[in-house]
Design a binder for this molecule. Structure first.
Ligand SMILES: Cc1cc2nc3c(=O)[nH]c(=O)nc-3n(C[C@H](O)[C@H](O)[C@H](O)COP(=O)(O)OP(=O)(O)OC[C@H]3O[C@@H](n4cnc5c(N)ncnc54)[C@H](O)[C@@H]3O)c2cc1C
Length: 321
């Protein structure tokens, strides 16, 4: 059944950015509504230990997100499990249509739809995801102290992740299907000078091999793209570094984006190219991509929205006088 509802602030997304925006917007008495999307809790629900969320030496990703949801709800955010299927930002109030048939109008919108790591799409990659296969060196590198690991990719992400991982790993094999990298020259120079990194050209990942009980990676089978020959590289971890895709489909052609679809915000703020539309978290961030930075931006978005709404009210009042 379809219905029309209005809210002052519509928050789209339920990761750290969305829930933090909910906490701040609710405490600013804006009665925000938050639509959770297909993945309530966002990316952290797909991982296990998180060791870099301030205040928790170690916390399970899904538990942290349950707590964030409860916090946002307790402050007064209305949280609804629904997916925005269409967003019209061409006129105010903004209009969001959802999977359930609800048509939301909103005075301000906070976009917090996140991003996704690109995966190779092989079966064993999914099987060992969170148990030796990762797409985030900043998040998981620490677990591989003194271990041998494999990184796959050839762009900036791969080179940056490989370099970062040398802080922990004893050896990093960088697997790439060509014999040259797409990464910036300066990064390549750093990579080639690092004695811990061994590039393996003209290879792609065939499968991840490991133990069943406990589930864990023992090696990575790679295939020579020229000859088809395979070999297993011993490794405790495989880092997939073939890029990220921001979830910006809803605003494609409506908001300015950069770096391959990340929503552009005014530096130091969450203002997008349309007044009244704010963006936070991984959706805007091709650099840091962390829970704490996303939460920080969620806070900023709620404060930016609150100030912008107050300015709008002032303008209307002045015009009426
Ligand atoms: C396996 C893994 C491990 C990680 N480990 C760590 C770690 O240890 N420490 C760390 O700091 N970071 C870690 N990260 C990164 C961290 O999860 C992200 O930086 C963070 O979750 C980004 O938060 P976000 O709120 O911007 O978006 P996300 O968490 O990506 O959430 C996006 C939200 O938007 C919703 N959404 C999308 N489209 C729609 C739509 N059309 N309608 C409604 N809702 C929609 C989704 O349902 C989801 O709730 C990890 C990431 C992964 C994948």
């Amino acid at each position: 059944m379809s219905a029309d509802r209005h809210t002052r602030v519509l928050i789209i997304g339920s990761g750290p950015a969305g829930y933090s925006a909910g906490v701040y917007a609710a405490r600013a008495m804006l009665n925000p509504v938050l639509l959770q999307g297909i993945e309530p809790g966002g990316q952290l629900t797909t991982t296990t230990e998180v060791e870099n969320w301030p205040g928790d030496t170690e916390v399970q990703g899904p538990d942290l997100m349950v707590r964030m949801e409860a916090h946002a709800r307790a402050m007064g955010t209305e949280i609804i499990q629904d997916i925005v299927t269409k967003l019209d930002l061409s006129a105010r109030p903004f209009v969001a249509e959802t999977d359930s048939g609800t048509r939301w109008t909103a005075d301000a919108v906070i976009l917090a739809t996140g991003a996704r790591a690109k995966w190779l799409g092989i079966e064993t990659e999914q099987k060992f995801r969170g148990f030796g296969v990762s797409a985030c060196a900043t998040c998981d590198g620490f677990f591989y102290r003194g271990q041998e690991i494999v990184v796959v990719g050839g762009g900036n992400t791969a080179v940056e992740e490989a370099l970062f991982l040398t802080n922990f790993a004893s050896k990093v094999t960088l697997v790439h299907r060509r014999d040259e990298l797409r990464a910036e020259k300066i990064l390549q120079d750093r990579l080639f000078k690092n004695p811990k990194i061994i590039p393996l050209w003209f290879h792609e990942i065939d499968e991840v091999v490991g133990t069943e009980d406990p589930l864990g990676v023992e090696g990575v089978r790679v295939r020579d793209v020229r000859t088809g020959e395979t070999q297993v590289i011993p490794a405790k971890g495989l880092f997939i570094a073939i890029g990220h895709a921001p979830a910006s489909e809803l605003v494609e052609g409506q908001l300015e984006t950069h770096h391959g679809g990340y929503v552009k915000v005014e530096p130091g703020t969450t203002h997008t190219s349309i007044p009244g539309v704010f963006a936070a978290g991984d959706l805007t961030d091709h650099v840091y991509r962390q829970a704490v930075t996303s939460a920080g931006m969620g806070c900023m978005a709620a404060l930016d929205a609150e100030r912008w709404l107050a300015e709008q009210a002032d303008t209307l009042r002045t015009a009426a006088e």
